[in-house]
Ligand binder design. Sequence first.
Ligand code: ATP
Ligand code: MG
Length: 414
Amino acid sequence: MNDILPEVSATWQRVESIVCEVIESYGYREIRLPVLEHTDVFARAIGDATDIVEKEMYTFRDRNDESLTMRPEATAGMVRAGITNGLFHNQRQKLWTLGPMFRYEKPQKGRYRQFHQFDVEAMGYPGPDIDAELMIMCARMWERLGLSRLWLEINTLGSPETRAKYRDELVSYFSAVKSQLDEDSIRRLGKNPLRILDSKNPEMQELIAAAPVMTDYLDGESAAHFERLKALLDAAGVPYVVNPRLVRGLDYYNLTVFEWITDALGSQGAVCAGGRYDGLVEKLGGRSTPAIGWAMGVERLVALYEACGGDAGQSAPDVYIVAVGDAAFPAGMAAAENLRDAMPALKVELNLGGGNFKSQLKRADKSGAAYAVVIGEDEMLRKEAGLKPLRTAEDQTSVALDELARTLAERLKR
Ligand code: ATP
Ligand code: MG
């Protein structure tokens, strides 16, 4: 679990604000969810034979002996909240959330025990128009963030019936080579054979590559859904790769699944992943509601943003106010407040803790500010300030205090 320090959080803020802006521009509204849920919510939604439920959840009993879990992902809680608050019945919802998730994983680059996800979910839309739009929205985000080396992989898991038929095929295929399976896969063979396809064990990859593919068992309706999705992505000019072995780590998906993957971050290359889960609302006790969504790892997104040359933008103050002497300090403080009134986005730092002219100016320089505004007793009596450019060769000038905001706006081109 990481501390996100100020040098880093400035970049996070920038990335998050761009992502939020894009999501909201598609008509999604924010929902804020609790970090704790009853364990049952995740166990039922995500499924027992998944990495998350088998070995990654932070679960404990509270003082009332109820089993609670720190959320490992947002979808289950989102669905639980929608049912609790009656958001789904005869309604359509486009929702997003952002926050920390918790998984007991082996920490490594791009994989942490507390990490953050943006989560976007649309309920009440049977698709495939929304399936396509959710991916197009991601493509727009990458563009806005200046990201490259990122591609889209899509697949379909078909209807529950197709999936059952395919499941049987997989069981007979993997049973025939059981002696070559690793321990996880043998366990999954009985419980959830599709999950074998999601194995990260390199030794399993050859067997997986030769396994039967879902697309050969697809029913007509699922195939039509998938074809329409591809056509809509083509029409929007969003490239994709069909990966018939893409399943997802969670049990609840049907039809469309997809991942945005990068090769710029080493082995933890999945930046954003999602899919359709038409059965989940009913499974958690609501009325049958079609639904689809995606989750994006913020740590991996920020890492990719930096790898592509993105930065935090300006984090230094615009102005540092040097107020020398006890008598001048209130005038300096008033000048700072007046500037913040006049330009709410201006970053104004007032020298605190006193100090002589030289030491204050040194702090001003170190702060990275573009200008120092100097107010000593003389300036104060004349209702003026010295405006000293710290990053350019311009001369220092005297400015009337009530002209300060206007002059700075001009100089800083605000
Ligand atoms: P992976 O295959 O990398 O374990 P996953 O299938 O478990 O990912 P999801 O549950 O689909 O991941 O979560 C969506 C996204 O959240 C991932 O694509 C990734 O960007 C991010 N993510 C998942 N687990 C972690 C983690 N432990 N640390 C950082 N980011 C994570
Ligand atoms: Mg995982």
